[in-house]
Design a protein around this ligand. Structure first.
Ligand code: C5P
Length: 221
């Protein structure tokens, strides 16, 4: 058999949402299902990679034998797990929808309802991908995702540049059949040289194949 293109590569994939606790019963999160990230992890493992999947809270999972799953809840936990493996990782694919803000204080007891408005102070969570980009080694590849509702291309290219990525996967909530919880997605890839590749609406598994093919091309570039 032909050698697999990602044989022995150590690849970290983040996927799913994070949850940021408000008190013991409440949290802030988003609509990510983790489907796209899990599909990418499976396609990478099919290509021979040793995949560590850092997965936020979702009912989705994978039983692929080439994937070791590490479950996390918060952005901080995801950050800590990714940073632990980063020094030996060849490729990182950040598909997680990390919460951008978290409560400054997490109440130890359930917050009781009162008559007045409730204000919760929020602080920024650590930007995992930006931290990785700032300390990227010459042989490491970083792939990010961009999900927006407007000005998609402008924001995607800004992230590609500012986070020192090798490639960004752009998807838009404005496209029918694309985004949270769908089994399909429609993406555009931008690589570090500004090359743009547009793909039609496909299953998330087929989109994952396109992303992995592009990663394999980047490796040789
Ligand atoms: O800036 P924005 O959050 O839209 O960037 C999206 C990309 O950055 C995704 O690849 C996401 O997984 C990653 N990200 C991250 N840590 C954060 C926020 C986003 O790794 N705190």
């Amino acid at each position: 058999a032909a050698p697999q293109p990602l044989h022995d590569k150590i690849v970290v994939v983040t996927a799913g949402p994070t949850i940021e606790h408000i008190d013991p019963v409440r949290y802030i999160s988003n609509h990510s299902s983790g489907k796209m990230g899990i599909a990418v992890a499976e396609a990478l493992a099919d290509a021979g990679a040793r995949v560590k999947l850092i997965l936020g809270p979702t009912s989705r999972q994978t039983t692929h034998t080439g994937i070791e799953t590490i479950r996390v809840q918060t952005a901080q936990e995801m950050f800590d797990q990714v940073m632990k493996i980063y020094p030996i990782a060849n490729i990182v694919v950040a598909a997680a929808a990390v919460a951008d803000y978290r409560p400054v204080n997490v109440a130890g007891k359930k917050i009781k309802k009162g008559e007045a408005q409730l204000h919760i102070d929020l602080e920024k969570t650590p930007d995992i991908l930006r931290t990785l980009g700032d300390s990227k080694g010459p042989q490491q590849l970083l792939i990010g995702f961009s999900l927006e509702t407007n000005n998609e291309k402008e924001y995607a290219l800004k992230k590609l540049r500012e986070k020192h990525l090798d490639m960004i996967v752009m998807n838009s909530l404005a496209d029918a059949g694309a985004g949270f919880n769908y089994d399909t997605n429609k993406v555009t890839l931008f690589d570090r040289d500004g090359k743009e590749s547009n793909f039609p609406l496909k299953s998330k598994q087929a989109v994952a194949q396109d992303i992995v093919s592009a990663i394999i091309e980047l490796q040789h570039a």
